[in-house]
Design a protein around this ligand. Structure first.
Ligand code: ZN
Length: 140
């Protein structure tokens, strides 16, 4: 990048700190409700289905499909001024939750709805490793 504008990064909260610590280790964790077995993403205090606070964290498979996407042909932030077209997508994880992310390691025009994808990570910056997805040769 020609200027010093950095990609905006999440600021871990009390409730998301465990999630971001896991991504820094190359893991993507999901919460599961002990009361109703709902699989939950993003990290929360209460289950969105039943309100229980009895939540556990487990590693996700890292596999999913492209639920929907768009190609950003104009930068959505100054940090992406030199990025060229890139894919902003919602990935449906094999475990069910949807994650807003980028699809990388392929040409934007090669992305399609239903395409199998797998987890990868952006290079860690300030202790944050953003979870991204890339095409996968096998379905989730
Ligand atoms: Zn629940």
């Amino acid at each position: 990048m020609s200027d010093a504008v950095s990609r905006p990064l999440p600021r871990p909260s009390e409730h998301s700190r465990e999630f971001w610590a896991a991504t820094a280790e190359g893991r993507f964790v999901l919460q599961t409700c002990r009361s109703c077995t709902e699989t939950i993403f993003y990290p929360r205090v209460n289950c969105p289905s039943c309100g229980s606070t009895e939540l556990t964290s487990t590693d996700a498979s890292g596999r999913g499909i492209v639920h929907t996407y768009t190609i950003a042909r104009r930068p959505t932030h100054r940090a992406f001024a030199d990025a060229g077209p890139y894919v902003i997508a919602i990935v449906e994880l094999a475990e069910g939750p949807h994650v807003t992310t980028n699809i990388v390691d392929c040409e934007p025009d090669d992305v399609s709805v239903g395409m199998p994808v797998e987890l990868t990570f952006a290079d860690e910056v300030d202790g944050i490793a953003l979870p991204l997805f890339r095409p996968s040769s096998s379905p989730p």
